[in-house]
Design a protein around this ligand. Structure first.
Ligand code: ZN
Length: 477
């Protein structure tokens, strides 16, 4: 809050409005304020600012601060708002169900009251009763009791059903889920650390437990220690002779694969002694690790990352590669329009070329495997999305070309479920959208136009210049 003008007085208490403010760290707050009289009595100081100018700056800062803070709370705020909507829906739904239960119990009451009220009076029946059952007889007790028991059982069952339904209101579990999501989203903190890179960086990767980050710097790979969101450069790995385009860590050990525009793929791992240690490390859950004892610092000293030979089968730059879950098969695609299939041996730190899949007519930009790993999908500059199927003898074969509404090159695609993948436009002047393709009853992937997501149009830059990020669990991409 900005203090009111009249509260600001110079230390000499001249009772005059403040004219200038000294920007001197050694002075106390009030000593920095000078009125007309103070100014006449003071000697030249270099670091000062006019009071009005300062107020202008403070006001501007206040506006800026507010703007930026608003931006920061935007996401959490909207999450809470969505949660509120869910809560309200839950409330309505529970209200409705309670209303139903209340109505049912009223009906129940009425059903019991009918036992008393619902006697069709008839003179001749009353007379018959007196003649046949004697004067003291009023009604068949057993029949009435049975009728009451029947009524009670009927309403107990139906109300019990309603109560059980209340316990598993679907909205309730949705609320719990959403709450967990909001809680988890708080764990992502923005680190202020910015490390400017002078060279292009087209690829970054983290190892499984997030202790290392590797990044491409032109033809070199930088290894970073990643600790509590902070990066420390550790070493630079040389081997590739042209820009690095892809990097991926193994989930099983501290080894990774790199590929670049020099047409080659390389496998990297820590030297043998280190492998043993990192193996031990990988057996300990990240929670149990004592950072001081088994953290990256102890086993990095004097240790080196070793490169395999370059594996060259592509005849032009490589744009993308993916590893299967077992990490024994690698698929790579690139400018030579070809998908290469390799056998990856983590232990030997080596690749063995198997065969090529050739059907694309231009550069391949992206590859994705479904969960069952019987379908591979690829896209590229030729505006084609191609489905490849694994045959019974485990050989990958051309399946079909997916029909798409947008005739444009695709820069990214990714399986987001067992039966659907998303595809992102890649051109500079493009539709800027994400399309969803789903497996139809005919077992063919078809575009679902209702699920098309339009992105903010930016025709200044190729869409492919952006990193891809997919959170399958939260369906964010
Ligand atoms: Zn003064």
């Amino acid at each position: 809050m900005i203090q009111q003008d009249e509260e600001l007085r110079c230390t000499q208490n001249h009772g005059q409005p403040i004219q200038i403010v000294l920007l001197d760290r050694d002075l106390f707050t009030e000593q920095r304020l000078l009125c007309n009289v103070c100014m006449q009595n003071s000697e030249g100081r270099s670091n000062w600012i006019g009071y009005n100018k300062l107020m202008e700056k403070i006001t501007m800062n206040k506006t800026q601060r507010r703007k930026q803070l608003q931006e920061i709370i935007k996401t959490p705020l909207s999450l809470v708002e969505q949660f509120q909507i869910l809560l309200n829906n839950l409330k309505l739904s529970v209200y409705q169900q309670f209303d139903q239960l209340t109505t049912q119990s009223s009906d129940w009451k009425n059903a019991l009251l009918r036992v008393v009220e619902d006697q069709n009076f008839s003179f001749f029946r009353e007379l018959d009763t007196i003649i046949y059952n004697g004067e003291g007889y009023l009604f068949d007790k057993e029949e009435i009791i049975n009728q009451i028991i029947q009524t009670n059982t009927q309403y107990c069952n139906s109300i019990n059903g309603g109560l059980s339904a209340l316990r598993k209101v679907e909205l309730y579990s949705q609320c719990v889920l959403r709450l967990n999501e909001i809680d988890n989203s708080q764990h992502i903190k923005l680190s202020d650390q910015v490390i400017p890179q002078e060279m292009d960086c087209f690829a970054i990767a983290f190892n499984q437990y997030g202790q290392y980050m590797i990044s491409g710097v032109n033809s070199e790979i930088k290894v970073w220690d990643f600790n509590q969101g902070n990066l420390n450069e550790r070493c630079t790995l040389i081997g590739h002779t042209d820009t690095i385009s892809c990097l991926q860590f193994s989930k099983q050990s501290n080894s990774f694969i790199s590929a670049g525009y020099d047409n080659s793929i390389r496998c990297w791992r820590l030297s043998s002694e280190l492998c043993a240690q990192s193996y031990i490390l990988s057996q300990i859950s990240p929670m149990d690790q004592d950072q001081d004892q088994v953290g990256p610092y102890t086993y990095d000293q004097g240790q080196e990352w070793q490169s395999s030979q370059p594996f060259v089968e592509h005849t032009d730059g490589i744009n993308c590669f993916i590893l299967n879950q077992a990490e024994n098969q690698l698929f790579s695609g690139g400018k030579d329009k070809s998908i290469k299939i390799w056998q990856y041996d983590n232990f030997e730190n080596a690749l063995t070329f198997c065969y090529s899949l050739d059907r694309h007519k231009d550069t391949i930009f992206s590859l994705s495997l479904n969960k069952y790993e019987d379908t591979l999908v690829s896209c590229g500059k030729d505006q084609q999305i191609i489905i490849w199927k694994k045959s019974n003898n485990l050989i990958w074969q051309f399946g079909y070309i997916v029909t798409q509404s947008i005739k444009e090159e695709g820069c990214r695609l990714f399986f987001i479920s067992d039966t659907s993948f998303i595809w992102v436009t890649g051109s500079k002047y493009s539709e800027n959208c994400i399309s969803t393709f789903e497996l139809s009853e005919q077992n063919i992937y078809q575009e679902n136009l209702e699920k098309k997501v339009n992105l903010t149009v930016n025709n200044d830059i190729f869409d492919s210049s952006f990193f891809q990020s997919v959170n399958v669990f939260k369906r964010i991409y």
